[in-house]
Design a protein around this ligand. Structure first.
Ligand code: AMP
Length: 173
């Protein structure tokens, strides 16, 4: 099992969800037990053996990977969700998308000050979504150990928005 096998399984879908976007479809990885397990193993390795209290996943594909990573690391799982989905008291932040703005939120008691957090998403593009998640975690006093993604669109330089936090990507394009 190799990164090449994972990369070969990612399906490029042209002009989805709108013209000009090449969507990286990770569902073929999820559907293959060996590939899915390998993706989780490699994401877990990005923690470098650090003790992680909670793995935070970003709505919605990030949940799939983050929950599995949390289970493997013996950590808790925390969702960062799009506005209006979390039932209790939240902290929110707005961020820019290609067109317009979006809001993400986190339950106020989801992360305690000083807890060691690994932030996980499926894909890093411009970095706007991850930067919003980092802002929420910083505001709650989290100790962000790293930001780990399965796929990084390197040509968009999203990781520059996340400095000085450590970004680890399994597959780079
Ligand atoms: P960004 O905020 O630009 O870094 O976008 C990251 C978020 O949008 C991630 O949660 C991805 O799931 C999604 N996303 C952005 N671009 C793509 C793409 N080309 N293929 C698949 N998902 C994408």
């Amino acid at each position: 099992m190799s990164r090449e096998a994972l990369m070969a399984a990612v399906r490029d879908v042209v002009d989805f969800p709108k013209p000009g976007i090449v969507f990286k479809d990770i569902t073929p990885i999820l559907a293959d037990g060996a590939l899915f397990r390998e993706s989780i193993t490699l994401l877990c390795e990005t923690a470098g053996g650090a003790k992680i209290d909670k793995v935070v996943g970003i709505d919605a594909r990030g949940f799939i990977f983050a929950a599995a990573v949390a289970d493997r690391l013996g950590a808790g799982f925390v969702p960062i969700r799009k506005k209006g989905k979390l039932p209790w008291k939240t902290r929110q932040t707005a961020y820019s998308l290609e067109y317009g703005e979006a809001i993400v939120e986190l339950h106020l008691d989801a992360v305690k000050p000083g807890e060691s957090i690994l932030l996980v998403d499926d894909l890093l593009a411009t970095g706007g979504t991850a930067a919003a998640a980092v802002k929420l975690l910083d505001e709650l006093g989290a100790n962000l150990v790293g930001i780990s993604v399965l796929i990084e669109l390197e040509f968009l330089s999203g990781r520059a928005k996340l400095a000085p936090h450590v970004v680890s990507a399994i597959l780079g394009y």
